[in-house]
Design a protein around this ligand. Structure first.
Ligand SMILES: *[C@@H]1O[C@H](CO)[C@@H](O)[C@H](O)[C@H]1NC(C)=O
Ligand SMILES: *[C@@H]1O[C@H](CO)[C@@H](O)[C@H](O)[C@H]1NC(C)=O
Length: 391
């Protein structure tokens, strides 16, 4: 298999993944397996500002940032709460659907009781790769938190929850691990000073880092892991406004920068291939790919059909003299910025992060994907919850 060219392998992965899943995971109805748990006890989450529910608001370097100013949080929580959106994120919708408590932001807790309901290690601005690694390539990160930092925070929590190896493995097995999108910040900080083709050389490093983190989780006993893919970077209002491409760089159907989207697609192909290989290496574990790229593309190419307005590439909150409504001088939450009247009609909230409406659309798409891959043959009568419980 390993001698197949990557593209062929990617196609093979796509075609056989459901079959592998069906063969590797016994149907929940047979019972006895860990996958027959009716419910997860908690969620452990990792990631950046797409998943951060309060760490960046506490981390000294980013505390008091623009995301802690109105109108952040206006749609759902009613006040700025650490989420970089007008409302809830994918993790919020996912926790609700999986019937697990909302995990405590790591920096907001100190005791085992604080973390027993789950922990969110995601920090706004976090990169997949270590800051020192990126610095050695001349890439300066804004927030020096990497996936390996979050993994060591996780190890602290696990030790706090129990010092017994047996008990730790029980905790791991009963938890769902949600890895939010990782790599966006690595690529976008690199894009400030480097051409896309150079930035693409980071992809294998980013995927290798995610792989190491997943291997550590699985090694410690994680059985259910959901890993989020890359968003279409070339549809981000911030990228479109800050880095105009050549005329031929734009996808006619969406108006997105096709070269930046190809970088994201390359990341996603490598991520899916890596997950597939890990799945073969660790049979009996439930490893899932949660795609963001397709749902966001659906929103930007067919906004009206999905209930969104006609400017899917413009930020709701921001300002500036360009069609993307993005300019750092008018960044959402700063005094000169203004917000749209109805964020539910916008895909992008602030030019970088999505609106609650877009996150809900993405979460629904992710959940549908998890269900369709996981549904065991011959169990069509199972209710949504039972199917969910097997992931
Ligand atoms: C944990 O979650 C349960 C159920 O949602 C809740 O009753 C309890 O207060 C939570 N505990 C902590 C420490 O957050
Ligand atoms: C993150 O990891 C690096 C490298 O191990 C370490 O130097 C740094 O102190 C860590 N940062 C935090 C906040 O834990």
């Amino acid at each position: 298999m390993t001698t197949l060219p990557p593209l062929v392998l990617a196609v093979v992965v796509l075609l056989v993944a459901p079959a592998v899943a069906a063969a590797a995971y016994p149907p929940a109805a047979t019972g006895g397996s860990l996958l027959s748990l009716t419910r997860y006890a908690r969620m452990f989450a990792f990631g950046n500002s797409l998943t951060d529910t309060g760490n960046g608001a506490i981390f000294p370097l980013t505390a008091g940032g623009t995301f802690m100013q109105p109108p952040y949080g206006e749609t759902y929580f009613g006040y700025p709460n650490g989420r970089a959106s007008d409302g809830r994120l994918v993790i919020d919708f996912l926790a609700q659907q999986l019937k697990v408590p909302l995990p405590t932001p790591y920096l907001a807790g100190t005791t085992a009781a604080d973390f027993l309901n789950g922990t969110n290690f995601a920090v706004g601005g976090a990169t997949a790769l270590d800051s020192e690694f990126l610095a050695n390539l001349g890439i300066q990160t804004a927030v020096p938190i990497s996936f390996s930092n979050q993994t060591s925070w996780f190890n602290n929590v696990l030790r706090l929850l129990s010092t017994s190896g047996y008990e730790q493995r029980r905790i791991m097995a009963r938890s769902v691990f949600f890895v939010g999108e990782m790599g966006f910040n690595d690529y976008t900080v690199a894009l400030v000073t480097k051409p896309v083709d150079d930035v693409a050389s980071l992809v294998p490093h980013v995927i290798g880092t995610i792989r190491s983190a997943l291997t550590a989780m699985i090694g410690a006993g994680a059985r259910t892991v959901v890993v989020t893919g890359m968003l279409p970077i070339g549809c981000e209002p911030s990228q479109l406004a800050l880095f105009p491409g050549e005329p031929g760089d734009y996808d006619p159907a969406s108006g997105c920068n096709a070269r930046l989207n190809e970088l994201a697609a390359q990341h996603n192909r490598a991520l899916r291939r890596m997950l597939w290989e890990l799945g073969l290496r660790y049979p009996g574990r439930s490893l899932h790919y949660a795609g963001m790229y397709s749902p966001v593309m659906a929103l930007v190419t067919s906004p009206a059909a999905n209930g969104f307005g006609d400017t899917p590439l413009a930020a709701c909150c921001g300002g500036g003299d360009n069609p993307y409504n993005f300019d750092y001088a008018y960044f959402c939450g700063t005094p000169l910025s203004t917000a749209c009247a109805d964020p539910s009609k916008y895909v992008s909230w602030d030019g970088i992060h999505y609106t609650e409406a877009a996150y809900k659309f993405i979460a629904d798409s992710v959940l549908k994907g998890l269900l369709s891959v996981q549904e065991p043959a011959g169990s069509q009568q199972a209710s949504g919850d039972e199917k969910l419980a097997t992931i």
